[in-house]
Design a protein. Sequence first.
Length: 303
Amino acid sequence: MLSGLSVRARVTLGIVLYLTVTILLLVAFPSEGKNEAFKPVDEFRLDPWVPIKIGPLDLSINKAVFYLIVSCMLTAAFMIWIARRMQARPNRVQAAVEMLYDLTYNTIARQNMSPELAARWFPFVGALFFFIWVSNLIGYLPLPINTHATVNVFGIEFPAFAIYAATANLSVPLVLAAVVWLSYHLEGVREKGLRAYLASWIPAGTPRAMRPMMFAIELISHSVRLISLSVRLFANMLAGHLMILFMAGGLAVLLGVAAIAWVTLPLAIFFFVFEVVLVATLQAFIFATLTSIYFGEATAEAH
């Protein structure tokens, strides 16, 4: 019967069936009342695990810092492990790494920067791509980091498992974006000199009366880059984690309808696979590509 339906008809039928089952569950199992104890914002609270304060400077270890440390260690360990096992006849792992190298060097760096600039800044761009990629990926691994809920194992209380990504905290992408923003400006000044670099912001042939306005527009454009580069990564990772959180059980807890989890959990698995396979990689790729573009524009000849 279904074999005669088109793909669009099958998708439509699947959506209708899914919504029908959801409504039937809500009717058959009415809400037990709003759960006041469950607060989704707690999933993103950064309570200090190891308080470290030096005067007004707070260097406390929390779960965001923990994930950053793990990301750095995994990235460095993986690269060292691969470097020591390079062979003339590559195995599958080495072939995959060489594909990633080709992606970061030829597709990201060389297509947006001159050969000399790419040779100088590729280590930075490549490290940035892999660090963000690893940070995004491990953000989907459930780890015992939820200190607001505990699990009793043989009489010992352990933190409950939860997912969290350091890149879903705005401060992390903002710092990465600030490093990129400052670096490409410094490279532009090093390449051209301060006066020539600022002059390159104004297109050649611009009437003298229009130059102040064009310079102001470029100044705003460069300032907005700092915001757009960081917020893009932050918002996508945060949205993905919120979707997984609500579909995996948060929605059932908020509504007080436990049975609805039978419907939302498959969606959570779908979003999980989608986020891990596509979004985590795509956001790292976009961040690194925009970084290369900014470096290329900063050192390009004025037109």
